[in-house]
Design a binder for this molecule. Structure first.
Ligand code: RNT
Ligand code: ZN
Length: 419
């Protein structure tokens, strides 16, 4: 005798999906196991705990919604709340600026796992994997917007050391959690206005990165990745680690490449790039984001592009080759809801991708029947996905759509509004 409230709906959905050749139970199992890394920085507007109170590097949060996490304890409590509303295999993505120095005079060039022990023990308790990022912004050793490609040798060396420490910390995360740890290298380096020498900074950047990656590290456990970008605020005219630069570096040095959904010209989509770069790279990392007119890092919605990204991963069996991380920061709404909406949307799109009758759609394509391909792609959109999602949430003990927000509101009343 089943006590699942959504059982009846689920049975109806199972039939509808079986009619198009899809095994719903297998789809749920697969979708549940694909890791999605939640970015810790949505919780405090990318400020961190290692001394800065504002954001630099050409990225920006806007909004002043009350309740921002001000301490590591508050941030972890908020993350716990968010994770309780998110089904599926979740990891946590941490930036180096979330170090806990505990009064010690230690800077980013000398961080060790000691500054991240609390994060690691939190992860171990929850059996959650961790990802990591060196923080090349919001710091007095930045040379304007330059870090690894700075002409100032003292500053450049400081940031090289920071990169090395980041690989070491990621190694400790991987060992401690038993899960691989991606390390995303994003450097804002570049010029606001037209520059006369586009070469020198790139040569210095290459030298710095090569120095960092000459550090011995376990390449199976620590997955270093290069994130490219078109431009940043105040860095509009020249970006050192541009797309061609970062992809070229990744391919030639055998590290991963990060595709951020907000980092391209607004008419370009990263879903179209995944299978292209995977012809030449073993693995890539995604920063799933939503740019509105620019790299505005809005909360991801369940839109066509999110679905296409997950379709690409699932339909091409890239489950183990594409690491999915979210990257957005909205300070104008409840930050826990921002996490929950985005993470639930990522999982919904993954589940929906697993539920698609891809074999039939592709069969139409392979046989040249583009009419049937279009028809099947469109018919797929009205399959009873919502019934499967409701069943999935319920059986995982996660609040369904329509109920999770009440939990956020209660937390806002009891916790956030007292900050
Ligand atoms: C910036 C990059 C980068 C950051 C985070 C905080 O444009 O997307 O990934 O958003 O590292
Ligand atoms: Zn990013």
């Amino acid at each position: 005798m089943s006590h699942v409230k959504n059982q009846q709906g689920f049975e109806i959905a199972k039939e509808a999906y079986a009619a198009v050749g899809v095994d719903v139970e297998a789809a749920i199992l697969r979708a549940d196991a694909i890791p999605v890394s939640m970015h810790c920085w949505q919780g405090d507007d990318v400020i961190g705990f290692d001394g800065s109170d504002s954001l630099s590097g050409g990225i920006q949060t806007t909004g002043n919604y009350p309740g921002r996490a001000r301490t590591p304890e508050e941030l972890r409590a908020d993350i716990d709340k968010a994770i309780s509303l998110i089904p599926g295999k979740t990891k946590l993505n941490i930036h180096a600026c979330y170090a806990e120095k505990n009064g010690k005079a230690v800077d980013r060039d000398a961080y060790t796992i000691a500054e991240f022990e609390n994060w690691l023990s939190w992860a171990k308790t929850g059996k959650i994997g961790l990802d990591f990022n060196p923080t090349y912004f919001s710091h007095p050793m930045m040379d304007g917007d330059f870090s690894l490609s700075s002409f100032d040798e003292t500053k450049r060396r400081f940031w090289v050391e920071h990169g090395k420490r980041s690989l070491e910390i990621a190694g400790a995360f991987a060992a401690g959690t038993g899960q691989p740890c991606t390390v995303n290298f994003w450097m804002p380096d570049g010029y606001k206005d037209t520059c006369a020498d586009t070469v020198k900074h790139r040569e210095i950047m290459t030298r710095s990165l090569d120095e960092i990656f000459s550090t011995p590290y376990d390449k199976h456990a620590v997955l270093a990745s290069m994130e490219s970008k078109l431009f940043g605020l105040g860095v509009e005219s020249h970006t050192v680690a541009s797309h061609e630069y970062s992809l070229g570096y990744a391919i030639s040095r055998k590290v991963l490449y990060t595709l951020d959904a907000g980092h391209f010209h607004p008419t370009e989509v990263i879903s179209a790039k995944i299978s292209a770069v995977l012809q030449f790279l073993d693995q890539i990392l995604l920063h799933v984001s939503r740019g509105v007119r620019w790299d505005s890092d809005h909360v991801i919605t369940l839109d066509d592009e999110l679905q296409r990204i997950m379709d690409e991963i699932v339909w091409n069996n890239y489950d183990k080759r594409v690491f999915i991380g979210l990257d957005y920061f909205d300070a104008s709404i409840n930050r826990i809801a921002a996490w929950a909406v985005g993470m639930r949307n990522a999982r919904k799109a993954i589940l929906n991708a697993c539920l698609a009758p891809v074999d039939a759609i592709r069969a139409a394509e392979y046989s040249g029947d583009y009419t049937a391909r279009l028809a099947r792609l469109e018919d797929r959109k009205t399959l009873p996905f919502g019934l499967v999602w409701a069943y999935y949430c319920e059986t995982k003990g996660i609040a369904p759509d329509g109920a999770w927000l009440d939990e956020v509101k209660a937390y806002e009343r009891d916790v956030l509004s007292r900050r």
